[in-house]
Design a protein around this ligand. Structure first.
Ligand code: ZN
Length: 307
């Protein structure tokens, strides 16, 4: 039975690659807050200005746009693993990270970590861990698609080497192979539910049966690739259908993300339980989200996207 009133958080989603229709779907599904980690846009950037504009959009326009559709938007700022392999550019991006990390709505350094597990990826992962430590920030760690177990263990060992508290680190994109290692070491384990690859939501239920709900969270990582913005919602519904107690569903699809990222002091439940009213005529640097229609809120109430 669908519980439409359940509040959900998607702690890893790339709305930059998504449309306003997706924000409407999330809103209708009960997603009250989202976290958008900085990532690779699919095509390597060639100048530091592209990073600057991207980071600015995460703390600016994207935050505003989500808010206009009733969703509180937070982000993580970081240099992704893939683009860490361009050393000259990576050096310039390092200068930007501390400036953006301190802005409103930035709840973590991320997503950072290893992908092909190159020396340059490790170098800039370490540099950003040092920034996180200095600023006492939460960290979101992307784990590799290939040699996942080895890369995940290595990522955690490097955190420990840098004196980072595991309770401030969310290790993302886990599966059955990595869950135990991550939880045993006291890190947060996030599971990305993809429609085709990595974790599916049936497997997620087995994970809960094996490991319980402590330090575990579910996300969609929805981006420009094959992904589903409603992954957290659909997983929560499947869990309820399969008899997972609602309190456990709430923990992995809401509370744990809030507890982990709430350590930033910039993400609080009252942000969405007592939000300031949405003025859909509001402007962000001279622009509204309206494209001809008179009201964005009418768009939500009239839409039949999610049943
Ligand atoms: Zn991502």
């Amino acid at each position: 039975m669908v519980d439409k009133k359940m509040m959900l958080i998607d702690p890893h989603i790339h709305m930059t690659s998504r449309t306003t229709d997706d924000l409407v779907k999330l809103n209708k599904a009960g997603v009250v807050a989202i976290i958008e980690p900085a990532f690779w846009l699919g095509q390597p950037r060639t100048t530091v200005g592209s990073f600057q504009d991207y980071f600015s959009s995460l703390i600016g326009w994207e935050r505003f746009r989500a808010g206009q559709f009733g969703i509180r938007h937070y982000c993580a700022i970081g240099l992704n693993a893939k683009e860490a392999n361009n050393e000259a550019l990576a050096e310039e991006v390092m200068e930007l990270i501390p400036l953006y990390a301190c802005k409103e709505g930035v709840v973590a350094i991320g997503e950072i970590g290893l992908d092909d597990q190159t020396a340059l990826e490790e170098k800039y992962y370490r540099r950003q861990l040092d920034i996180a430590k200095e600023l006492d920030m939460v960290v979101n760690v992307h784990t590799p698609h290939r040699d996942k177990k080895q890369g995940t263990i290595r990522s955690m060992e490097i955190c420990i080497e840098h004196g980072i508290d595991p309770n401030k680190v969310i290790i993302d994109h886990n599966n059955e192979e990595t869950a135990k290692e991550v939880l045993d070491r006291g890190f947060w384990a996030a599971f990305t539910i993809y429609p085709k690859t990595k974790m599916g939501n049936e497997r997620m239920i087995e994970i809960l049966k094996t490991y319980g709900t402590d330090h575990i969270m579910v996300d969609s990582s929805a981006d420009w690739g094959c992904s589903d913005v409603l992954s957290v919602y659909k997983t929560s519904q499947l869990m309820l259908e399969r008899g997972v107690p609602i309190e456990q569903v709430r923990q992995v699809c809401y509370q744990n993300a809030l507890t982990a990222y709430g350590q930033s002091g910039k993400m609080k439940e009252e942000d969405w339980t007592h939000p300031s009213e949405v003025d859909d005529r509001a402007l962000f640097q001279g622009n509204s989200v309206l494209r001809g229609q008179t009201s964005g809120l009418d768009y939500i109430s009239d839409s039949n996207v999610v049943t």
